[in-house]
Unconditional design. Structure first.
Length: 330
């Protein structure tokens, strides 16, 4: 079997396409070593990390209706205006509690543990890894991207909770994923308290700062990697070029701000050597927050991921991958 690391871009309901791509890689005999993701990518990465196959993840996504994730409470339960009042007074339209419950149940169903932490995903140190790289990059099978808007910095889980006085290994995996999918204004931020300075930190969607951390598991420059890192990118029509968005009011302005935050940074930073290891999955006109996505659209996204991944694998070789990585580091 071919060992590999996987990095999944965030993209809301479009994450169904990631599962189709995973199916193709499973059929090709790939075995995932380290996994990372943001938002929807974090959901997929976490489920695979705890033992779900792509077929099982697809079954889960088909069974859970996305619109049920829009959970409200208190004033948010009022018809029509409730979510908007919740946004005004509670920082978001929806709670995100139901999503956290589902993640906990899914992880418990696979692992048998009611509280599954990153300590359960610890990997042994590889012979060629330095102690620093092992602790910062490879110790945990899963890494999840979030954003600490209280300190204006990327929050890479589990390691970065140590800055707040917490044990990274003790962080609950489901809670880390919940932090990563806290889409601004849509789902409530997760608030963590710094145990030393007694300051509150507001944690939101990792896509604000890093929606596609393809370089996360890279070997030091000039060092030949033991196995590849494969990136799974959700590609909208024309996403390679800046697209003009017509802004007509507050709502469309907020949407434009979020779109810029969640897509611009990582894609601008991609190097030529990165492009040889990225599976670009076209997602058509499907919207990130289309929680009423039809079964037909889900199937179309899944099939797109599977088709593109098969095409990628037909032309891929590890030898060429290593050559591109070393050439890029030169």
């Amino acid at each position: 079997m071919q060992k590999a690391d996987a990095v999944f871009e965030g993209g809301g309901v479009k994450g169904v396409a990631l599962v189709g791509a995973l199916q193709a890689f499973e059929e090709a005999g790939f075995q995932w070593q380290n996994l990372a993701g943001t938002s929807a990518g974090a959901i997929v990465a976490a489920l695979v990390a705890v033992g779900y196959t792509s077929a099982e993840v697809r079954e889960v996504m088909g069974r859970i209706k996305f619109h049920t994730l829009m959970d409200t409470s208190g004033i948010g339960k009022l018809p029509v205006v409730g979510p908007w009042l919740s946004l005004l007074f509670n920082q978001a339209m929806y709670q995100g509690d139901y999503f956290l419950q589902i993640m906990r149940e899914l992880i418990a169903a696979k692992t048998g543990k009611q509280r599954y932490t990153f300590a359960d995903l610890t990997l042994p140190k590889e012979p060629g890894d330095s102690e620093e790289d092992y602790q910062n990059k490879y110790k945990y099978k899963l890494r999840v991207m979030a954003s600490d808007i209280s300190e204006n910095r990327l929050f890479v889980l589990p390691q970065d909770v140590a800055r707040l006085g917490y044990d990274p290994g003790g962080l609950e995996v489901a809670l880390a994923v919940r932090m990563s999918m806290s889409y601004p204004f849509f789902f409530k931020p997760v608030i963590l308290e710094d145990s030393q300075r007694l300051e509150k930190h507001w944690i939101v969607d990792g896509g604000m700062l890093s929606n596609f951390p393809i370089q996360l598991f890279d070997s030091p420059p000039g060092q030949s990697p033991s196995w590849p890192t494969i990136g799974f990118l959700l590609s909208e029509p024309g996403s390679e070029e800046p697209a003009h968005v017509r802004i007509q009011g507050l709502v469309s302005m907020i949407q434009a701000i979020l779109r810029t935050m969640l897509t611009a940074h990582d894609r601008k930073a991609l190097e030529e050597a990165d492009k040889e290891r990225i599976v670009r999955i076209p997602t058509g006109k499907v919207s990130t927050l289309d929680l009423n996505l039809s079964d037909a659209d889900q199937k179309w996204l899944y099939d797109q991921g599977y088709r593109v991944a098969k095409e990628f694998l037909s032309a891929w070789s590890f030898e060429a991958y290593v050559a591109h990585r070393l050439q890029g580091a030169a």
